[in-house]
Ligand binder design. Structure first.
Ligand code: ADP
Ligand code: MG
Length: 723
């Protein structure tokens, strides 16, 4: 294979790579949760009363009795030391989608110069990272400068190993001294509490006597790409932005459909097994692995867990994918669209709510009573998604996800609900008040408690819907592969809480007017589907017709992050979060500021890189080739041979287009006087991005013309197919 020096080197390195040293396979029981300070480990080493207190806090969400903190800290420290830890870290989740850690040693130097390990309860419960460099959307300029972390006892502590030692990691919330949430975990915990309260109210109205706290669950399917590090190192765009800013699609892409569920390449499978072992040690229940649609693309999905724990685990999973990939000579790309012309990556967030006494509340169930309960919760979700669809759109709005949503490989930016044909039919009958014409077994009559057995598994699947019912849960498919799942979960829980409160009020008022419970349910569900049925769509979400129909139905189509993020500033959204006690207006405003800033920074970095890559890599290669061609043309002319001028002219004109495009782009980037972040985002989305795309067009065309041995960047073909 030809190619310039750096590419030849990369390919040489890959083909001569030493395989990873073999590891003896381990039994699940040997490794499962060995690095987690689980409830059962606590039971072994804590005094009975302390253990009871901890367990109660974990299971009911009641505050921890601070008098037991020292005992827990001591036990946790002893356990961590037995695993080789010298340090502990408060782990928290700032607004950047990243995971942050502040490490402190257990060391305490005594007056005689000796050192002992110490860990007091108050150090476990509270930490004080100097978090001033984390984005906070202005919260801490208006309030206190510092923030503190506080232990989230509902998410277990664990050990993180590196080659040279291990660290005790303690999941925490991150808040300002005045109590504002500076992180993604705090609102998630609050949203769950709000949802639990509202769900309990509804369940009691439905006649339940015993109702345990309701929790939300999450199972996230993570898509990712693996590229050999040698190629990535030769691509400044991949290193700095996680995606290719240039690159001509290779002749073979995903058109043969031969990658999805195909045999996993051996080197990749070795990597996956390594990741899975690490995840099992951390108590993360990895369950599914397979190839994805695009070459070089894969998926991992753990079993679902309580949303709070699942969210922490999801963050760890992303960290593990990245760090393990490095050991295997890969770079793991979690960007939503690393390569043009083939599918990007998403994260399907499977979400349900339930508790120990009533089970999964989104499970249709076998009895009429369970069905009525299911329909009430399902109705609440339909109402919520219709009322707050724009919020769901805004929580998946990132610069990376803009490349994916609406690109006929992922759901459109229009938020609708897919129910499956049978469930849609049930709601349609509720709307018509004619419950006997069911196409489902039996007939539906809420009034006399003779609901049919609802379909357990709707059988039909619809991959084009952003929000789909999949049998006993909803699957939010518009989430970006690089995102924390916290934001989407907060939105879903909060929307559901608000909707369930409304449900409870409406049911109460119908009952007060003299309706029986089942009649009241019928009336309220009819109202829901009449007012909010417009959000239900079972057809092809990619189609042009749907885009037209959605407008007629009054559904928003917020195409870009610049369009979607300002939703967070709307008064009805502020009211929603404030009323549900999830985010105060100040906290919500800080989120808008931070996310807008992240969008702006991402596009600016990319635009700058487009300029520098064209100037320092592409332009020199193209002009060298031009020199070759023109020298050849001159020499040939001397000996009287006619030269193919066309290709010479083509390369010349594409090179000029690229370099002119870059001048225009850098001039445009000089504008700095924006009245608001909204204006700045629109400018980047409507003016800067199209200029970047234009430059890319000419560069990608050049890649098809310039001699391969001069082309400075690893090609798509190399990155996606050389393993
Ligand atoms: P598919 O690719 O068909 O959508 P997968 O089996 O790959 O499905 O992933 C489904 C995800 O949904 C898994 O993480 C699974 O644990 C999760 N899940 C299953 N049931 C529930 C539920 N009741 N609530 C939340 N998540 C669920
Ligand atoms: Mg799925």
């Amino acid at each position: 294979m030809s190619g310039n020096e750096s590419r030849i080197q990369a390919i040489y390195q890959i083909t001569n790579r030493e395989p990873m040293p073999k590891k003896a396979p381990k039994r699940l029981e040997e490794i499962w949760a060995t690095d987690v300070f689980t409830l059962s480990k606590m039971q072994e080493c804590l005094p009975k009363t302390v253990f009871k207190s901890v367990k109660k806090t974990i299971q009911t969400g009641e505050p921890l009795d601070s008098s037991v903190a020292d005992a827990i800290a001591l036990a946790m420290k002893d356990w961590a030391i037995s695993k080789g830890a010298l340090y502990y870290a408060h782990v928290f989740y700032p607004l950047t989608n990243a995971t942050a850690e502040k490490h402190d040693g257990f060391i305490s130097v005594q007056s005689d110069g000796s050192a002992i390990s110490e860990f007091a309860g108050k150090l476990l419960i509270q930490g004080e990272p100097d978090g001033s460099s984390f984005p906070n959307g202005g919260i801490r300029s208006t309030f206190e400068a510092r923030g503190y972390t506080a232990w989230d006892i509902t998410s277990p502590a664990y050990i993180l190993e590196t080659d040279n030692g291990s660290t005790l990691c303690i999941p925490t919330v991150f808040i300002s001294w005045t109590g504002e949430a500076l992180d993604k975990k705090t609102p998630l915990l609050r949203s769950n509490a709000a949802m639990s309260k509202a769900a309990t109210k509804v369940l009691k109205l439905l006649g339940e006597k015993e109702v345990d706290p309701v929790i939300s669950s999450c199972g996230a399917e993570q898509e990712y790409f693996l590229i050999d590090t040698n190629f990535a190192n030769a691509r400044p765009d991949i290193l700095l932005t996680g995606r290719t800013l240039f690159g001509k699609p290779s002749a073979k892409g995903q058109q043969f459909d031969d990658h999805y569920f195909g045999a996993i390449p051996e080197r990749v499978q070795v990597f996956m097994q390594d990741v899975e072992e690490r995840l099992y040690r951390l108590g993360i229940p990895a369950k599914t692995r397979h190839n994805e649609v695009a070459p070089g693309q894969f998926e991992i999905a753990p079993n679902f867990e309580a949303a709070n724990v699942a969210t922490d685990h999801q963050q760890m999973l992303m960290t593990m994918l990245r760090s393990t990939a490095k050991k295997h000579g890969f770079i793991c790309l979690l960007h939503e669209k690393p390569f043009a012309g083939i599918n990007g990556s998403g994260k399907h967030v499977n979400w349900s709510v339930g508790n120990a006494t009533q089970g999964n509340l989104l499970d249709p169930g076998d009895t009429p009573h369970a069905n009525a309960q299911f329909l009430v919760f399902c109705g609440a979700i339909i109402r919520g998604v219709h009322k707050y669809g724009s919020l769901l759109r805004s929580v998946v709005a990132t610069a990376g996800n803009d490349h994916r949503l609406g690109a006929n490989e992922a759901p459109p930016a229009i938020i609708s609900i897919y129910l499956g044909s049978q469930l849609e039919d049930v709601f349609e009958q509720i709307r018509q008040g004619d419950l006997k014409s069911s196409t489902v077994r039996g007939h539906l009559n809420i009034g006399v408690d003779t609901l049919p057995v609802l379909p357990k598994d709707p059988g039909d699947r619809n991959r084009t819907s952003p929000f789909a019912f999949t049998g006993n849960r909803f699957e939010f498919r518009a989430v970006g592969s690089n995102q924390s799942v916290a934001g989407p979960l907060v939105a879903m829980n909060t929307i559901l809480a608000e909707s369930l409160n409304w449900m409870a009020e409406r049911l109460e008022s119908e009952i007060a007017k003299g309706s029986k419970l089942n009649e009241a349910i019928g009336i309220v569900l009819k109202e829901v589907i009449e007012l909010h049925g417009a959000v239900v769509f079972n057809g092809n979400g990619y189609s042009e017709e749907w885009h037209k129909l959605a407008v007629e139905r009054g559904l928003a189509n917020l195409r870009t992050t610049a369009d979607a993020l300002p939703v967070l500033k709307e008064s009805y959204i502020e009211e929603l979060f404030d009323k549900m006690g999830v985010l105060s207006p100040v906290e919500l405003a800080s989120r808008f500021e931070t996310y807008a800033e992240q969008y702006i920074l991402s596009i600016e970095v990319e635009a700058k890189l487009v300029v520098s890559m064209v100037k320092t890599l592409i332009y020199p290669a193209a002009t060298r080739y031009l020199a070759d061609l023109s020298n050849t043309a001159l020499s040939l002319k001397e000996v009287g041979v006619e030269f193919d001028k066309e290709s010479l002219e083509k390369v010349a004109s594409l090179t000029k287009l690229a370099i002119d495009g870059v001048s225009k782009l850098s001039d445009t980037m000089k504008k700095h006087d924006f009245a608001s972040p909204e204006e700045h985002m629109q400018f980047l989305s409507k003016t800067v991005r199209p200029l970047m795309d234009k430059v890319r067009e000419s560069v990608d065309a050049l890649e098809g013309e310039v001699a391969d041995d001069l082309w400075p960047l690893p090609t798509y073909q190399e990155m996606l197919f050389v393993k």
